[in-house]
Design a protein around this ligand. Structure first.
Ligand code: SF4
Ligand code: SF4
Length: 320
């Protein structure tokens, strides 16, 4: 599989990055064993890059897969922490839970934040830079859905890696358009930032247009940005490996792939109308327009990220 140097980090990664969100408790809820088996298959097939997060709760299957394969892929994690202390705990948790002395990349997990994020969460950002100076992290960055944040990251000396959302429909892009996100990403590349791309299949909405969606993302990537793809089964791993290993992917016959639709719904009898999910949704997909204030998910806006699932104190949001 094609390898890509991530900016000036010195980290060389596979073009296909294993996205570890969908296998975890926010979405598919694979057991640790099953999750580890899916990751291991990807590692054995040539993937050497995994993207996870404190929020995703997938450190354990990653650790298990590393033990099973003796592989040492490049691992990126992230945290929504705002303070110095909370970010330090997040970094320590990642290192301990995955059995790593050093986490390769650690981001401010900042899906819906605007360009003030580096000031608003100054403590967390300082902590990441200190952890890098201490040798606990190799590179620091930001994961974001926001055009102004990508533009700002391009201009910041201390940002090593940027993980922006992009897909051919522009689904999930905040504070700007698809036409504005593309040059913002290219500005990051021109400034020597490592860039890899999230939600190139729109959180699953574009899976039926897989070739078109991946081709679009590759054009934006210009051969210099891996694509993070969530995978929850060995069939999905095999499909992605066949595609990414092919010289001319449009001509290869790909293994069969069962496309599973995923939807998120509020279970009304469990909901306590607290509104937490409304504030937390990174794409404004949840509103409370009903008389009883029970939230409703707009499926046209929903990115299928599952972040609301983990935030609901009543466990009232389910993937169906
Ligand atoms: S409603 Fe919002 S937080 Fe929940 S899965 Fe959809 S986009 Fe993600
Ligand atoms: S976070 Fe859960 S309990 Fe609160 S409004 Fe949303 S669905 Fe209801």
């Amino acid at each position: 599989m094609k390898k890509i140097m991530l900016g000036k980090t010195g980290l060389e990664v596979s073009e296909l990055c294993f996205g570890a969100l969908p296998m975890g408790p926010l979405q598919k809820k694979l057991s640790v064993e099953d999750g580890a088996a899916v990751i291991a298959r990807a590692l054995q097939g040539g993937v050497n890059f995994i993207d996870t997060a404190q929020l995703y709760q997938t450190y354990e299957p990653i650790k298990r897969a590393l033990e099973q394969t003796a592989a040492r892929p490049v691992i990126a994690s992230k945290s929504t922490a705002s303070t110095y202390e909370d970010m330090r705990r997040a970094v320590d948790e990642a290192r301990e839970a995955m059995g790593l002395a050093v986490v390769d990349i650690f981001h401010l997990h900042a899906a819906r934040a605007d360009e003030t994020v580096f000031e608003q969460r100054r403590g967390a950002w300082e902590c990441l830079r200190d952890c890098k100076a201490e040798g606990l992290i190799r590179a620091v960055g930001v994961s974001t859905h926001s055009v102004p944040v990508v533009k700002k990251a391009a201009a910041m000396e201390d940002v090593d890696v940027v993980f922006p959302i992009i897909n051919m429909k522009g689904t999930g892009i905040l504070q700007g358009t698809l036409a504005e996100m593309e040059p913002a990403i290219h500005a990051c590349q021109e400034q020597g930032k490592g860039v890899y791309l999230m939600k190139v299949l729109g959180g699953g909405c574009l899976v039926e247009d897989y070739h078109q969606a991946v081709s679009y993302a590759r054009r934006v990537a210009r051969g210099r940005a891996p694509l993070a793809m969530g995978m929850v089964s060995q069939d999905e791993v095999d499909y992605n490996l066949a595609y990414f290993q092919a010289e001319e992917p449009e001509k290869v016959s790909l293994p069969p792939l069962q496309v599973e639709r995923k939807w998120f719904q509020v279970v009304e009898v469990l909901c306590q109308q607290c509104g937490t999910c409304v504030d937390f949704c990174p794409n404004g997909a949840i509103s409370r327009e009903n008389a009883d204030q029970t939230p409703v998910i707009n499926h046209d806006l929903c990115l299928r990220c599952g972040y609301c699932v983990g935030e609901c104190p009543q466990f009232a949001i389910r993937m169906v």
